[in-house]
Write a protein that binds this ligand. Sequence first.
Ligand SMILES: C[S@@+](CC[C@H](N)C(=O)[O-])C[C@H]1O[C@@H](n2cnc3c(N)ncnc32)[C@H](O)[C@@H]1O
Length: 315
Amino acid sequence: MAASFPGSTLASGLTHSGFHSACLNWALVPSLSTDNKTDSSTTTPDPLFHYSQALSSPLPAKFMELHANSVQHYPATANKTVSDLQGQFLRLLMRMTRPRRVLELGCFMGYSAMAMADGMASNGVLYTCEKDTQAAQLARELFDKQGYIGKSGKATIELLEGDAMASLETLAKNQLQFDAIFIDADKGGYIKYFEHIMDNGLLSKDGYILADNILFRGMVLNSNTSGLPSPPPSPTLSPTDEEASKKRSKSSLQKTANHMDAFNRHVRSDPRVEVVVLPVFDGLSVIMHKSTYAAGSEKFSGHLDEANTDKGGFV
Ligand SMILES: C[S@@+](CC[C@H](N)C(=O)[O-])C[C@H]1O[C@@H](n2cnc3c(N)ncnc32)[C@H](O)[C@@H]1O
C-alpha cells in the first residue's frame, strides 16, 4: 500500500513538492532526468529507489548547486556522482563511524567528498584524488567556497590532483593511515589500488574500505570470469548502425563489469580481509582487515558451509 504524506505522493509516480524541497533530486536538475540517476538499472527497482530517497533525510541545498554545476560543465557525464541516496548514506556512515582520516579515490566535482566530510568531526581530514584537471579545479573552488579548506569548524578536504596511484604512493611514503577509504575511480584500477592499500598499511587496524559500483548495473552476472551460466547470445541479423553502436557500447560496459567481477573475486580470495558485497546502489563492498574472530575460529566457521570458507573452493 502506498504511504501518503503531506504534499507528496509516494508511489511509482512519486512527487516531492512541498515535502522534500531540499532533497537532491535529479529531476530538478536541467538536462538530466531521474532515470539517469537511479539505481534502477542495477539492484534496486525504480519506485523503491525513489521511495527510499524521498523518505531519507535530505542533504543541504549546496549539493543541489553542485549537481547544477556538474551538468553545466559535464553535460554528458554529470551523473558520475553517487546518487543522492548514496550521498545521504555516506554522510550518515561517517557520522556513525567517526573516521578521523578518510581517503577517496575519484573526486569528480566533489559531491561524495562533501557528503562524507559533512558527517566527519570538525578535526577530521578527507583526502580526495582526481586526475581530471578541470574537475579538480572546480571541486577545489567549491571546497573553498563551502568552507572545507582552512579553519571553519568543518572537516578539511585536501584535493590531491593527478593519478590516484601516484597519490597513493605519496601517502604511503608519508606513512599516513586511513580509517575509511572510498574507491570510486577508474574501474580497471580497483585491484591495483586495493593491493597498494593493503601492502602499504594505508588502512588503519579497524578501518574499512568501501568499493563502489561493484555490481556494475548487474552486468557482473554476465562476466567471463563469473563461472555462472551466460545468457544465450543475441541474434545477429544484419544490425543497423544504431544497433551496432548499441552493441559496441554494451560490450564496453561489459568490459567494465568484468573488471568489477575480477575485483570482487580478488578481494574474496584475499586471506587478509573480510568483505561483504552489498546489493545496494550500484553495488557496494565493505572490506576490513580480517578479525581473529572471522579468521576461522570453530565458532564462526560453524555457520559457514564448505564452499563458503576460504579453503573451500570459491568459484
Ligand atoms: C565516478 S567518478 C567519481 C564520483 C565522485 N566520487 C562523486 O560521487 O562525486 C570517477 C572519477 O575518477 C576520476 N579518475 C578516473 N581515473 C582516475 C585515476 N587514475 N586517478 C585519479 N582519478 C581518476 C575520473 O576523472 C572521475 O572524475
